[in-house]
Structures are given as C-alpha cells and as structure tokens.
Design a protein around this ligand. Sequence first.
Ligand SMILES: NC(=O)c1ccc[n+]([C@@H]2O[C@H](COP(=O)([O-])OP(=O)(O)OC[C@H]3O[C@@H](n4cnc5c(N)ncnc54)[C@H](OP(=O)(O)O)[C@@H]3O)[C@@H](O)[C@H]2O)c1
Length: 297
Amino acid sequence: MTLCLSTLSRGMRLSCSTSTSPISQVTAFSSKVFSPKGFTKGQYSAGIYHFSSTTTLNQDKMQARKFVITKHFQGLPKLSDFNLVEETLPALQDGEILCKAEWLTVDPYMRAASDRLKVGDQMPGGQVARVLKSRCADFPEGTQVVANFGWRDLTVMKVPPAEKRGFDSIHAMPEMKGLPDSYALGCLGMPGNTAYFGLTRICEPKAGETLVVSSAAGAVGSLVGQIGKIYGCKVIGYAGTDDKIEWLKSLGFDHALNYKTTELPKTLKEHATKGVDCYFDNVRRTSLMRICVLHWH
Ligand SMILES: NC(=O)c1ccc[n+]([C@@H]2O[C@H](COP(=O)([O-])OP(=O)(O)OC[C@H]3O[C@@H](n4cnc5c(N)ncnc54)[C@H](OP(=O)(O)O)[C@@H]3O)[C@@H](O)[C@H]2O)c1
C-alpha cells in the first residue's frame, strides 16, 4: 500500500511510498540470494525474472508449476523457504483463459504479504503472460497480458467483467513501442507508477528545487530520482552500499550518499545548501525524515 502524506506547510512536500510493514520488515529479496531454477534475472534492478518454462501443453491434463512457501522468512529469504509444486489445472470453461508466464516479479512488499500466507500457499506477484487458450472474447489467444498471477507458470483465470478489473486484476499489455516487455512490471509498471505519481502529484517538484530520496537505489527510489532530474531538481539520494552509490551517480543523481558510512545531518546540510523542498521516503527512514524536516526550505 502506498501512503502519501499530503502537502506540508510552507510549501514543504513529502511523499512516502513505504508499505504498511515496519521498516525492519522491508529488507529486500536479494536476487543474489534467491535465484530460482528456471528463472533468469531480468535487466531491471527490482528483481524481474524471465520465465523459461519447458512445460508442454496437454489439453486433458495440464500441469502448472508454482512456488509455495514452506517457512516464513528469517532474515533474507532462502531457496529452502520455498517449494516448487505441480498443480493440475481444470479444463477451460466459458469466460476463462489459460495463460503462460513470461516475466515474474520479486518485490520487497512480498515479505509483508508472505506473513499472511500459510505454509503451502503460493507466492503472490505480478506477471507478464501470454494467453495460450481462450474462451473469453476480451482476451483472445496470443494476447499479452499483465496480471497478478503470482509465482507460477500456467494459470487458468476466470476473467472478471471489464468494470470489475482493478489495477491488480488483468490488463492487456499496452503497445511497448520497442521497449522490453519486462518494463511493464518495472519502470512502466507498479514501481514506475508509484514513483511517478508519488513525486509529480504529491511532491509537485519544480525546477531548481531540492529533492531527497531514501532507498534511492531501489525500484521506486531510482525512478523518483531520475524523474526529479527531468523536472529540473537537484536530487540527493541515500542508499546503503558503495556500488549503489556509484550506480546512482551514473543515473545522474547530483549527490548520492551511503547512509551507513556518512553522517546524515552533516551530508544533508552540505549538499542541500538551500534546504530541502521534497522528501520521497521509501523505507520509513524516520531519522532522515526528521533531518529533512529540520532543513525544510
Ligand atoms: N515496488 C513497487 O511497485 C511499490 C509500490 C508501492 C509501494 N512500494 C513501497 O515503496 C517502497 C520502496 O519499494 P521498492 O520496491 O523500490 O523497494 P526497495 O527500495 O528496493 O527496497 C529495498 C531496499 O530498502 C532498503 N532497506 C531494506 N530494509 C531496510 C531496513 N530494515 N532499514 C533500512 N532500509 C532498508 C535497502 O536499501 P538501502 O539500504 O540501500 O537503502 C533495500 O535494498 C517500499 O516500502 C514498498 O513497499 C513499492
């Protein structure tokens, strides 16, 4: 869930994309630690995986494969916290479609979501998928869709009526104009929308203003900083490792700082010389938030 705190007094604006989980539960799913067999990590930093399924279709008995949780995570998720199981799919009924996953996401919010799962439940998540069989006129065979199917290869879905399709239901892929399909789950998907609308509608940045971003190398934060540059802001990003800092600099951030090895109040004072106009919080980093408030422009 995105929480946006509306405009503060004296033109100071703050946007907070932190989920409802406490900061201690936001630790990312690291693609280095968790790289399931059958998946190749996509280009995008959030953890978008290309699904290279070898499943063959047999109309009588279709077997889907899905990742279920076997243990609630302690620290970083491990492969042993998951199991890959088979599920027999039902025959297709009127109004239903059979889809095959092409891209899956692994996002930080899944940690909070997984707390509500029981052992044996399937992991949630967005997919770019292809309709293989259809008995629904809205999504004929071959249509590429974006849907919330979770970590699985084949899915049978009863398509809801158009007026009941929420943002996390199912949508036909827009024309990507040559951009990679995986972007529909990344910079043009939920993280991109969170970044774009949080920044432009809540912070309303203006040229020359100073924007501070926490967790700046994350899926949302890295886009917030880049959009901030397009709007003509001075962008200061905080992240937790030196390689992230180098990457943020290569993206055009004016200042990128490792909050673990630098002093927050000192660095902010040094770089936000005219004060802070917008703070985009991604990790409920209250210490940085407090310091930004002290430096509000
Ligand atoms: N992705 C989406 O589509 C989406 C949509 C709506 C809302 N949100 C929310 O927006 C926020 C950012 O999302 P994201 O997907 O871009 O995640 P993200 O920033 O990639 O989140 C992971 C990063 O958060 C920082 N972090 C993790 N645990 C922490 C802890 N205990 N203390 C401090 N920092 C910690 C780490 O970066 P550093 O240590 O380098 O800072 C870590 O790499 C999240 O709160 C998410 O729930 C995301």
